[in-house]
Design a protein around this ligand. Structure first.
Ligand code: NA7
Length: 487
């Protein structure tokens, strides 16, 4: 058994950010548990061709670890992952990480006021547990009739099989979300035939990506304040997008026109254009960006299928019209388990209450997306209703790490062994969020998306400006919590 004051799960932006803030606050009695052999979270795991950020890199990075060398506006996965490894090295985080340790469950010990954390190896015991597991890490592979009978390679975009040579092969891609629209234009250039199964057309804006000039890199390296000013300008530019999504829908037609013009200019064929044009409001699902996605459908070797996947057979995919599309390889670009991601965690709180059951029966409700009544000293990073469509989630992560440090300070000040939000505070937070979110484009825009749970409630997105999150988490509202002294 390994005893620590604090256990963090995961070494993505969340886990690493938490570790850095703990160190900064003078706390060293912690460990990070990482199931893989290196740091990086989703940016280590997603290696599909063309994987890159869709929030500008100068903003999609730690505010206290500025990087003057980003090669372009939206950096690719290898560069983001290298940045994360560098941050881990420069902050000496690796000695604090137990690699190859996968958490299988955690339970709260009421008497000892601590968490017992079960893993594939040692058991850990800690006063505080911080889950930095991310919202997008469990691949969603839909259950399709006959999928087991497929004889060729079949893999998900988040587990790309680089040993498979796609050259001249017949490939079927299922899904046209954020990942698929990045790899489809690239693999289309080498495969023999590509059939893309689109269930819902995406809004794909042109991507304003450009290389960072040598001058800019040198200036940012020499004068970090310039880099920060640029980051600030990006922040406010991105933040302004929240105006449209959060209820001021009159701003949206402008952006919709941009996409429609983009499709019109690229796709001369009326029927194909119609199939690629969304029938719901922009912003309802995550808005995508690419300059190469639409033109890909002009290629002779690429076919768009909008008839739906009915069945997979040994050598192909049959659509709902009964047409068979021969395939040597099937690639799932079908996203992740998001709202139900917690089902995979076996977390037992006070009186043995099960987190999954509580979320299923009472709704996915937390306080500030971080703490949960009945689950003392447990913190989620990027938990329910703190994901973003319009700005960098690293900003949210930074506010959360600061909030958790404030909670630890407050516990210390009060001599508290355990802290959890009151049910009243948690309910009030969720009522306000749901009131807001119900007016937003994600609910009113005429689509279904992974932002919504099975009851149509948005349990994913933060429906306000991100500076409001900063404001609301900038101090601990002591009456919102039960502070429990050690027995
Ligand atoms: P997304 O953006 O959730 O895309 C998933 C895609 O897969 C989307 O086009 C879905 O269609 C499609 N899908 C999902 N299930 C099915 C089934 N059963 N049949 C057919 N098509 C299906 O996931 P990504 O991996 O691309 O990106 C996830 C996030 O990662 C992204 O937003 C970034 O933040 C990073 P639908 O639109 O639901 O009809």
């Amino acid at each position: 058994m390994i005893i620590k004051d604090i256990v963090i799960i995961g070494t993505g932006f969340s886990g690493m950010g938490m570790a850095m803030k703990l160190k900064e606050s003078g706390r060293d009695d912690f460990v990070i548990l990482e199931k893989a052999r290196d740091v990086g979270g989703t940016w280590r795991d997603n290696t599909y061709p063309g994987c890159e950020c869709d929030i500008p890199s100068h903003m999609y990075s730690f505010s206290y670890e500025l990087n003057s060398k980003w090669s372009k506006s939206f950096s690719g996965q290898p560069e983001i992952w290298a940045y994360m490894r560098k941050v881990a090295d420069e902050n000496n985080l690796r000695p604090k990480i137990d690699f190859g340790v996968e958490v299988t469950g955690a339970s709260w010990d009421e008497d000892a006021k601590q968490w017992t954390i079960n893993t594939n190896g040692e058991t850990y015991v800690a006063r505080v547990l911080v889950a930095g597991v991310g919202g997008l890490h469990i691949p969603n592979i839909p259950e399709v009739k006959g999928a087991d009978s497929f004889e060729g390679p079949m893999f998900h975009s988040a587990a790309w099989n680089h040993n498979i040579d796609l050259k001249d092969k017949k490939v079927v891609v299922i899904g046209t979300g954020a990942s698929a629209i990045q790899f489809i234009p690239i693999i289309a250039q080498e495969v023999g035939e590509l059939t893309v199964f689109q269930r819902t057309a995406a809004w794909v804006l042109p991507k304003k990506d450009k290389p960072t000039s040598g001058f800019k890199k040198a200036a940012f390296a020499r004068f970090p304040s310039l880099n920060r000013a640029y980051r600030n300008a990006l922040y406010w530019g991105l933040e302004s997008r929240a105006i449209a999504f959060n209820g001021h829908l009159n701003v949206l037609p402008l952006a919709e026109k941009v996409v429609k013009r983009h499709i019109r200019k690229t796709i001369p064929d009326d029927a194909l254009r119609a199939r690629l044009t969304p029938d719901y409001r922009l912003g309802c699902k995550r808005v995508l960006q690419s300059n190469t996605y639409y033109p890909t459908f002009l290629r002779e070797n690429v076919e768009l299928n909008t008839d739906g996947v009915a069945e997979i057979v040994s050598d192909g995919v049959i659509d709902n019209l009964g047409v068979k599309h021969k395939a040597d390889i099937v690639i799932w670009g079908t996203g992740f388990h998001v709202v139900d991601a917690f089902d995979y965690l076996d977390i037992k709180g006070r009186d043995g209450r099960d987190l999954t059951t509580q979320f299923k029966e009472g709704g996915v409700e937390t306080y500030m997306g971080m703490t949960i009544n009945g689950f003392p000293n447990l913190y989620f990073m990027l938990g329910p209703n703190t994901a973003l469509g319009h700005n960098s989630v690293v900003f949210m992560i930074e506010q959360q790490t600061k909030f958790i440090i404030r909670m630890l300070d407050e516990m210390q000040k009060r001599g508290a062994a355990a802290a959890e939000p009151t049910l009243e505070a948690q309910t009030a937070f969720n009522e306000e969020i749901q009131k807001r979110v119900s007016k937003g484009i994600w609910t009113t825009g005429g689509c279904t998306s992974w932002y919504l749970d099975s009851h149509g409630k948005n349990r994913t997105i933060w429906p306000k400006f991100t500076f409001q999150y900063w404001w609301e988490t900038r101090k601990v509202e002591a009456p919102d919590f039960n502070w429990e002294k050690a027995a």
